[in-house]
Design a protein around this ligand. Structure first.
Ligand code: BJW
Length: 247
């Protein structure tokens, strides 16, 4: 479904036009129309097909690193084959003449490839890899594994090379989270795009923004845990809503 400027809610358009500092807080729905699956959408979501406890936890890594590594290598490989969508590009375009900070839960790099320069990654980056023991960065190329299992490479220290993402039960990178809180406290508009708002502490950021006086607007085709607390809601997909709203 397309969204042109005439379908943009007037109060949302007015909020964007009035804002001096905008935070765009994004989740997997932001990249869905680029071809990357979300986590929790029924049928298409990654976790309708995979068991999260076997893949996205430190316990999963300890139990079967080859299973986890193969899954992430496949996703890293897929990422190289997709492109930013018009939503990513619209956010970047707005950032060229306004202060826009992107705070993303996404592990893809589509905001950067779409042209955004100010991007905080709360849950790490698929493109990065590091040693699970000495924790030094250890870049390895993305490959498409032909099997369910793929042994991770070894670091010189003997540790295993793991994906540079934040699993359940792991702490978010402290510096990135601190920057996200700072942006939330100091913006006057937060656009919450394509996140279910289930995963904490990231999902607490809209509340931080509200408590500091910002308007919070949700852009999502579906209702979420954050909808009720949002000042404005637009039920629309990111790739058409954002260009109509921001450009
Ligand atoms: C569209 C669209 C379109 C579709 N356009 N929209 C309080 C209570 C209970 C538990 C906790 C708590 N606080 C913390 C926890 C534990 C846990 C947690 O939050 N659990 C909850 C599930 C309850 N949090 C953590 O463990 C975090 N760490 C932490 O808290 O550290 C402190 C600590 C340490 C030790 C002990 C205790 C505390 C870490 C969280 C790490 C999250 N990692 C993942 C995986 C990353 C790697 C990977 O990619 O594999 O991050 S989980 C996954 O969920 C991923 C995402 O970033 C994250 C959020 O998902 P997102 O982006 O919202 O996606 P979906 O699929 O959920 O939603 C998609 C949305 O898009 C939907 O709304 C659609 O409608 C929409 N959509 N098409 C626009 N075209």
């Amino acid at each position: 479904a397309g969204a042109d400027i005439s379908s943009v809610p007037a109060d949302l358009l007015a909020a964007v036009r009035a804002a001096e500092r905008i935070v765009v807080f994004t989740g997997a729905g932001m990249s869905a129309e680029s071809g990357l699956p979300t986590f929790r959408d029924e049928e298409t979501g990654l976790w309708s097909r995979y068991d999260v406890s076997r893949l996205a936890t430190p316990e999963a890594w300890d139990a079967d690193p080859a299973l986890v590594w193969a899954w992430y290598q496949r996703r890293r490989f897929q990422l190289a084959a997709v492109e930013p969508n018009p939503g990513h590009r619209a956010i970047a375009a707005l950032g060229r003449h306004r202060r826009v900070d992107v705070v993303t839960q996404n592990v893809d790099d589509l905001h950067e490839r779409g042209g955004s320069e100010r991007v905080v990654h709360l849950h790490g980056r698929l493109a990065e890899t590091f040693c699970d023991t000495c924790r030094l960065p250890y870049p390895v190329p993305a490959v498409d594994p032909q099997t369910e299992h793929l042994e991770p490479e070894r670091c010189v220290c003997g540790g295993r090379i793991r994906p540079g993402v934040v699993w359940f039960g792991e702490h978010l990178p402290a510096d990135e989270f601190a920057r996200a809180v700072d942006h939330a406290e100091n913006c006057d508009l937060m656009l919450v795009v394509g996140t279910s708002g289930i995963v904490y502490p990231a999902a607490g950021l809209p509340q931080v923004a509200r408590e500091h006086g910002a308007t919070v607007a949700e852009i999502n085709p579906n209702r979420t845990d954050l909808s009720e607390a949002a000042d404005l809601v637009w039920r629309a997909p990111a790739s058409t809503a954002l260009p109509a709203l921001l450009e």
